[in-house]
Structures are given as structure tokens and as C-alpha cells.
Design a protein around this ligand. Sequence first.
Ligand SMILES: Nc1ncnc2c1ncn2[C@@H]1O[C@H](COP(=O)(O)OP(=O)(O)OP(=O)(O)O)[C@@H](O)[C@H]1O
Ligand SMILES: [Mg+2]
Length: 419
Amino acid sequence: MTSKGNTECFVYITLPGEAESVTAGRFELTKDRRGNPLGRFVYGKSYLARGNTVAIDPIELKLSSDTYETTRLNGVFGALRDSGPDYWGRRVIEKHAGVPQLGELDYLLNSADDRAGALGFGLNQTPPAPRRKFNKTLELAKLQEIAEALMREEDVKTEEAAQVQDLMLIGTSMGGARPKAVVEDNEGLWVAKFNRLDDRWNNTRVEHAMLELARTCGISVATSRVETIAGKDVLLVKRFDREKTGKGYTKARMISGLTLLRAEEAPETRDRWSYVLISEELRRVVAEPKKDAPELFRRMVFNALISNIDDHPRNHALIAKERDWRLSPAYDLTPSPMVAQDRRDLAMEIGDQGRYANAKNLLSQYTRFLLEEEEAKAIVSTMTEKVRATWYDVARAQGITEKDAETIRSAFVYEGFSY
Ligand SMILES: Nc1ncnc2c1ncn2[C@@H]1O[C@H](COP(=O)(O)OP(=O)(O)OP(=O)(O)O)[C@@H](O)[C@H]1O
Ligand SMILES: [Mg+2]
């Protein structure tokens, strides 16, 4: 474990088509005159001098010899923050370090080398060799056990070497709040998401069913499957930022919606959380705006139809496998059953009536998603019918029990949607 209190590190990147990383630049995290976190990033001269370089982030950290500064997100540039752990991974790292609340840089330096996107972090000017060994899907039973111990707040004794190994085994670097690990099989790498002990329904199967349902609604989604380990279901979502090749894994760059919006993370500061703004920003960056902007519109409509109110900006991402950026496949789709029938709000702004998950509101800004009025209307009406008519059968076909299906029923096409 890297010691606490580091104030600078090197940022590595795996260039398109490569399986090994190179040093892209240096990141420093200090404080401004008022004592607030201030981040600085500068690309290395030799990185800029290479012929085939790419920007870490096409918005905030364009390729240049400038020194970039930020005070947002505790001084950690969005693209770097996107490569770091969230609630779950931070918790694992804290347990492992035996210290609560590490510095932002410590989380980046201490997370395992299987983080989302193409970046890496370290104290050496030269990047470490790429990781060759990953947890296997065969080890899911063990991983599930460790995850459950962590969920139960059990004091995992870090002084015992074996358990320290265990903690690192679970992987710490993927974002998100739910317990998860990264696993490998013959096809490649997967994010394994475990059910929580306090889940009110079988989240694993429900999330898998929502990805299937979204696919039938014409949305491009991450590949997923469910594995049952010792009677418990685990969701495996294929990593869309990794590709297995003869020389190892290639890595796609990745930035979240939060970075694209240059927004803050806390819901209290959500004034920039907006589908409309994401659409405008992505139109500037992606290679095929005519494809991605309408795709974002479809995801927004889908989220409204299944009451996915956890659709915060980090549940959307752009990726770049080669030089060009595009919207990533959809992931983390979860319905929220609710009593309210009149009005439901998504996490981000949808249109003229704010976050109101309602057909009229969804249609109020269609031009910003590069759609014609008729196209937008057709998407809303076709998808509404599709979700209404098929959600139950899709859910049951994915092994969701009748009881669970009834528990989540109120999430789908609620009354206020068509007011
Ligand atoms: N299939 C995938 N390939 C690559 N990266 C992924 C994939 N699925 C998720 N991620 C990354 O991992 C993060 C966490 O995943 P996910 O959103 O599914 O977890 P979660 O714990 O349910 O999140 P939340 O905190 O939003 O509930 C995402 O924000 C994204 O950066
Ligand atoms: Mg998420």
C-alpha cells in the first residue's frame, strides 16, 4: 500500500491498440491560498513529442503544453476522478489501509490496476508492467464471501496477510456504490455485481432484465449474464472498455457524464446535471453526433419509463477505443418502484419542466438531441408501448420471481408519465 499524504503522481495512459502504458503527464494536488484543493496537470514533453498521442480528456485536458488547473471535484480533474473508486472501492481501500478517509490521491494510487478507462497512476516516472493476472469467474464464490463480510461491516483483520490479499483480490478500482469485483473468463473481463444483504428484491436479475429490456427498445447496452454461485445470483457485465488481444488487454479511454458536464458530484450541486446539456456537450466531442444524441434521448425516455431515478451523470459515459469518442453502451439500469403516481423526477434535467419524467417534458427539447418532432414522438410512443407490454414477460424470462416482479411493478410506465 502506498503511504498516505502524497501530493503528486504520474499519470499513465494505454494508447489506442496498445496493451502497455506510457507516461502521459504529472498530476499535483495542492491547496490554493484559501486552503481549498487545487489540482494541476501537465502533459510530459516526451508524451507530447510522440507521434500517436491522444488527449486524456477531450474537453478539460486537451493536448497542449499548458499547465491545467482545477478546483472542482476536490481538485481532481474529472477524467482522473472517473478512473478512481467510489463508495464501494473507497471502503475496500480504507479497510485495507486500516485508515478511514484517505486523501483523494491515495484512492487513485491505491486502487488496483483494473480501473475503468485507459489511465493509471503511480509514483514512478516509468509505468509498471501491465497486470496479467485477474480473478477468475471460477473464484466468484470466494469473492462473494469477502464482499459480504465487508457489507456486514465485519472487521476484516488487515494485519493478517491472507486477508490483506483477500481484500485486494476483490478489486477496488471500479466506481459505483454497490459491491463489485472485476473477474476474467475466456472471453475477457467482466464487472461482477453482487446482491446486497439489504436488497428488497433480486437486484442482480432485475438489472440484467433491464439491460435486456433496453436492448429490445433499440438501445445499445452492455452484454450481461447472471451466474448463480452457492444459491446466490451475481450479475456479470462485460467490460466495454477492455478488449482481449494476443498481446494483452487494450484499453478504451473513458469519461463520465459528470466530466463531460464539468459538474460537481454532490446532488446539492446538481444545477448542471442535465440530459440536454450532456447532449450538447457530446455533440461537440463524439465522431457521430447524429447517432449518439438520439441514442441519449432513447436512454432518457427508457429511464423515465422504468423510473430509473438513479440515472446520475456517472451512469453515462463516453469511450474512445481508437481516436474517436462515442457514447458507451448503457449500464446500471435500475427500476425504482414508487407509490407516487402523479409525478416522478429523474436525477437529471430532461426539458422545460425540469426533471419531471413525463412524455411532454421528454419531448420539449427534441431538437437538442438532433431529432425531428415526428421521430422524437415515435420513439416515446413506441417505447412506451414496448415497456408496458413486455416488461413483465422479459423479467420473468430472466428468472425474476413472481413476488419480485410484483414488488417492482409500480416502476413501469407510471400514470403521470402521460399527463
Ligand atoms: N460494462 C462496463 N464496462 C466498463 N466500465 C463499466 C461497466 N459497467 C460499469 N462500469 C463503470 O463502473 C462504474 C460502476 O458501475 P455501476 O454503475 O454498474 O455500479 P453501481 O455500484 O451500481 O453504481 P451506482 O453507485 O451508480 O449505483 C460505472 O460508473 C462505470 O464507470
Ligand atoms: Mg452506477
